[in-house]
Design a protein around this ligand. Structure first.
Ligand code: BES
Ligand code: MN
Ligand code: ZN
Length: 499
């Protein structure tokens, strides 16, 4: 879809459809009022008759409204004006796009971007409109031989209205940001949705190479032999249970100065997690194809970073392999030596994410990072604690945690800070090695982060547990593209700080 920013009166737009909001109960928004006045009370009459009351999610399509230059007017319910915040705003944009995809209009002027959303400005509304519009149009039908349910005449062009000429430039910059975020999310969603037999570690490596070529990033893919030389015994112990060769992807965006320390993003890339010898139960096991969503979000964030040409050095590290049971797989009780030299007793082979991430965290040291953020579908416990709404955030540095919390708020891709107190470390004690790879049922999300923290002592580090937020289950099963918006905002803010 194409976007443009415009300031101008809604009744004067020569487009297939003008989209304006209606608040509850039956209250026209400012742009709807303008159309109402121009048309001699056409809209208020409709409200009076009870055909649109402004309920959130409701829409009403009108044709040939008198004295307006557009072919159609789409009324979108916004709910109560006092409660019009991030979610109702996003829901309204989504409802508008979905409705327009079903109509003959392929072009629309959206005036919802003029409605005030508390604590956010015009630029935020534009960026969110772009992200939400593209997200609602996303489909994954690459693996279907027939594409029947595609809209016949989808929305192709959106004009986003801003309230005055003075904010046009801000609006345009916001749209560019929205496009980059949406492109990063699309990449992450595509990779997440691909099945494990297609999206293998080798496939991810190929995708990283393609991304590097397209956007001028540097890429390096370490093979098993390279990792053996580096002593990544923990990562390789997970990989050895599978016939697919493991890969360690190193992607670099060099947008900053030569001496500027990079931000390092580390993504868990388990392309399928069966649990290994500690085999998972069969129900919903297919969803473990999403266990590379952290890796996908790193690729997505790097794509957006490159598209935006951020003046910042960013490194993406992706350890990727499968977690399968076999004659060569890890067994409960096995002890492995990580790249850091610390030994690990593997009490549960299903706690494999931390086993591959720990070596990537040690590898990250060589970049002398300004900060390291790892992103992983790490624990089922995080889904229990925070559901599908918030990503779990843990960090060894409070300032870094605050940056990520703030980035999540503005991106509307939120995370929630959990404690990483030393008191929890005791749960990882092992009688036979430096540590165990599991800490029992209590605080499973935190003890997983505690495990990782032992490999992240040399720099500021944060961990995002996206087990609940990276994909949706049920009827709408599919990858969400999260936390790409959060990561992009975090990087944009970091880039801004330097200039
Ligand atoms: N990939 C899973 C975490 C997961 C489970 C994400 C369910 C989303 C939904 C991870 O590798 C895992 O299996 N974790 C175990 C850890 C446990 C053995 C300590 C878990 O959460 O059960
Ligand atoms: Mn697992
Ligand atoms: Zn896993």
């Amino acid at each position: 879809m194409e976007f443009s920013i415009k300031s101008g009166s809604p009744e004067k737009q020569r487009v297939a459809c003008v989209v304006v909001g209606v608040y509850e109960p039956r209250r026209l928004s400012a742009s709807a009022q303008i159309i109402d006045q121009a048309s001699g009370g056409y809209l208020s009459e409709i409200l009076r008759r009870g055909d649109m009351d402004g309920k959130p999610g409701s829409t009403l399509l009108l044709h040939r409204v008198p004295e307006t230059l557009g072919d159609r007017v789409l009324l979108v319910g916004l709910g109560k004006e006092r409660e019009f915040r991030e979610k109702p705003y996003r829901d309204a944009v989504r409802a508008a796009v979905r409705t327009l995809d079903e109509t003959g209009a392929t072009e629309a002027a959206l005036y919802l971007t003029e409605e005030a959303v508390r604590r956010h400005d015009q630029a935020w509304r534009v960026e969110q409109a772009v992200v939400v519009a593209l997200d609602s149009q996303y489909r994954f039908d690459r693996m279907k031989s027939r594409h029947e349910d595609e809209p016949r005449r989808p929305l192709r062009k959106m004009i986003l209205a801003v309230s005055r000429r003075g904010v046009l430039a801000q609006g345009e910059a916001a749209a560019v940001r929205g496009l980059a975020i949406a492109a990063g999310m699309k990449l992450a969603k595509d990779l997440g949705n691909l099945p494990g037999n297609v999206c293998t570690p080798s496939y991810l490596a190929d995708q990283a190479r393609a991304l590097a070529k397209e956007h001028g990033l540097t890429v390096q893919v370490l093979e098993r032999q390279d990792m053996e030389k580096l002593g990544m015994g923990s990562f390789l112990s997970v990989a050895k249970g599978s016939d697919e060769p493991p890969k360690f992807i190193v992607l670099q965006h060099k947008g900053g100065g030569k001496k500027d320390k990079p931000v390092v993003l580390v993504g868990k890339g388990i392309t399928f997690d069966s649990g290994g010898i500690s085999l998972k139960p069969g129900a919903d096991m297919d969803e473990m194809k999403y266990d590379m969503s952290g890796a996908a979000s790193v690729l997505g964030a790097l794509k957006a970073t490159a598209m935006l040409n951020l003046p910042l050095n960013v490194v993406g590290l992706i350890p990727t392999c499968e977690n399968l049971p076999s004659g060569r797989a890890n067994k409960p009780g096995d002890i492995v030596t990580s790249m850091s030299g610390q030994t690990i007793e593997i009490l549960n082979t299903d706690a494999e994410g931390r086993l591959i991430l720990c070596d990537a965290l040690t590898y990250a040291e060589r970049f002398e990072p300004a900060a390291v953020v790892d992103i992983a579908t790490l624990t089922g416990a995080c889904v229990i604690a925070l559901g599908n709404v918030a990503t779990g955030l843990m960090a060894n540095d409070d300032a870094l945690a605050r940056e990520l919390l703030h980035a999540g708020e503005t991106a509307y891709d939120r995370c929630w800070h959990l404690p990483l107190w030393d008191d929890y470390q005791e749960q990882l004690k092992s009688n036979f090695a430096d540590m165990a790879n599991i800490g029992g049922r209590p605080a499973g999300t935190i003890t997983a982060a505690c495990f990782l923290s032992r490999f992240a002592k040399k720099y500021d580090w944060a961990h995002l547990d996206i087990a609940g937020t990276a994909w949706k289950s049920g009827k709408e099963k599919g990858s969400t593209g999260r936390p790409v918006p959060l990561l992009v905002h975090f990087l944009v803010n970091r880039a801004g700080k330097k200039v």
